[in-house]
Design a protein around this ligand. Structure first.
Ligand code: ATP
Length: 217
């Protein structure tokens, strides 16, 4: 269980009229997907930043399977985040961008290479291993970024509008990959405004309002 209790945070230089103090509480079981909706500026990135460890909360607790995540740096939390921006390394080809998630020194085993090749085929990018990110379309880069996250098979997956702008068939393929991670036990938080993405993946929905998460029916 991911158990987030009264995780509080405020921005030092926030506009008091516009930006509330945040206090997040929710629980998420392994294999479950929770969607988070809310208008621009309501705090969705702030929530993900606190969970991933890029922001430090002022109070509260965050545990995964009983382990205190707040005591760990981002890279030891078992969390993979896919942001709106793709965060690919522009000077590295697709296979290396994907491989870095599996082996930081890029000494890939035959099995890891096979998973990369198969994964690329699954997201409709077969044979593009050697391309640089700059030689791909925006949607193709997005697929590489999501595939990289999925290949890592982290127990916690934070998705920040990862399917925006992709065509229907591609999105369906990516939903299937996310569902497979859920079946393997991954807990997923999906930030999205898109009804189809939410209907396809979310087991529970909530809305971020006035700095709090409110369950939606
Ligand atoms: N470093 C900062 N200093 C002060 N205020 C900030 C800072 N970063 C974000 N904010 C404010 O905090 C609020 C929440 O921002 P956040 O980026 O979490 O929203 P969001 O819901 O992710 O927005 P979007 O959907 O546009 O990405 C906003 O009002 C924003 O202006």
């Amino acid at each position: 269980m991911l158990d987030c209790r009264d995780l509080t945070f405020h921005y030092e230089r926030a506009d008091p009229g516009e930006t509330p103090a945040f206090a997040f509480s929710f629980r998420l079981a392994p294999g479950e997907c929770l969607s988070v909706e809310g208008p621009s500026g309501c705090g969705k990135s702030t929530l993900l930043g606190l969970l991933a460890g890029f922001l430090e909360p002022e109070g509260g607790t965050l545990t995964w399977r009983g382990q205190d995540l707040l005591a760990r740096p981002p890279w030891e939390r078992g969390i993979t985040t896919v942001f709106q921006e793709h965060n690919l390394f522009d000077h590295l080809p697709v296979w290396a961008n994907l491989g870095l998630g599996l082996a930081p020194d890029l000494r890939l085993t035959a099995d890891q290479r096979r998973r990369i090749t198969e994964g690329l085929a699954e997201v409709g990018l077969a044979g593009l291993e050697a391309r640089l990110p700059g030689e791909l379309s925006g949607g193709q880069r997005q697929r590489v970024a999501l595939l990289r996250a999925l290949l890592r098979a982290s127990p916690l997956l934070l998705l920040d509008e990862p399917f925006t702008g992709l065509d229907e068939a591609t999105r369906e393929g990516l939903w299937a990959l996310v569902r497979r991670q859920q079946q393997a036990g991954a807990a997923v938080i999906l930030v999205s405004h898109d009804r189809d993405d939410i209907d396809a993946l979310a087991d529970r929905r909530c809305r971020l309002e006035a700095g709090r998460l409110k369950p939606l029916p």
